[in-house]
Ligand binder design. Sequence first.
Ligand SMILES: NC(=O)c1ccc[n+]([C@@H]2O[C@H](COP(=O)([O-])OP(=O)(O)OC[C@H]3O[C@@H](n4cnc5c(N)ncnc54)[C@H](OP(=O)(O)O)[C@@H]3O)[C@@H](O)[C@H]2O)c1
Length: 297
Amino acid sequence: MKIGFIGLGRMGSAMAANLVKAGHDVTVFNRSPEKRRALLELGAHEADSVADACHGQVIITMLADDTAVADVAFSKYGIVETLAKGAIHLSMSTISVALSKRLSETHAHAGQRFVAAPVFGRPDAAAAANLFIVAAGEPAAVEACKPLFDALGQKTFPISTEPTAANLVKLSGNFLLAAAIEALGEAIALVGKAGIDRGAYVDLLTSTIFPVPAYKTYGGLIAESRFEPAAFAAPLGFKDIRLALAAAESLRVPMPLGSLLHDRFLRLLAQGGDNLDWAAIGGLAAQDAGDAQTAKH
Ligand SMILES: NC(=O)c1ccc[n+]([C@@H]2O[C@H](COP(=O)([O-])OP(=O)(O)OC[C@H]3O[C@@H](n4cnc5c(N)ncnc54)[C@H](OP(=O)(O)O)[C@@H]3O)[C@@H](O)[C@H]2O)c1
């Protein structure tokens, strides 16, 4: 397929590379041009502007947050202004339900199609084309994106015809992940301060009652206090908790654990955690316990 790809960060660079490797005709754009270079060497075409990337059947966005996506979509010479009628904006970033709704309505008004397809999986999963993709939109548009999903992930879940549903499912999933990180952090702080081997503790739990990828990944990072380099940066994790709480507020769903996580992220960021992985909220309990061995950050 002839496609454009905007946003070559930790996730987007790996995803765009897999699309090129799968034989798609990919034109890439990134705000910071130096990140385009590796993709050009793989065979992608370079766009010097958002508009330049919007000449294909599909334009994919994989950007940090609502501000970035709204900027490339709604600004002068942005996606809405330049994408052909009938072409698809495939939004794979983790964005708010409210922005997804606005994008869906604006693209429909412009005669374009909109599919929301946020992903589960960190940059290593993106590089291995092992992402899980939650897709929502008009069925024919979702189906048209299937060759792209096949190149990016191990499984795609078409969840609804309403794009916002995919964004809400993604935000709820990240809320659950953050809750697991906090719970692991507290449990590991407890046994760690008692002098029990934290790695052995995580191995025990994840090979018995919690044989779950999230517990294995984050339990390992917390046990070793390995929060750098960030694969998923703490400010983006904080963004997802804020967006989950915003959706909860508009639906009138109390999420007390979400409010607690909001403050955990605030504490981490207030104390200089911007460059750490979001797993670093799992290190706060050890700091609170005055456990010098783990209180590195
Ligand atoms: N990392 C993960 O494990 C993971 C997993 C699942 C989903 N996600 C989601 O995927 C999305 C991308 O995450 P990431 O980890 O790849 O983030 P990242 O490494 O921080 O990359 C962010 C991208 O957004 C661009 N950007 C930021 N602000 C911009 C603006 N105002 N205008 C234009 N471009 C802007 C950056 O451009 P520059 O290069 O110019 O800064 C970069 O291309 C996020 O929504 C995140 O929540 C991440």
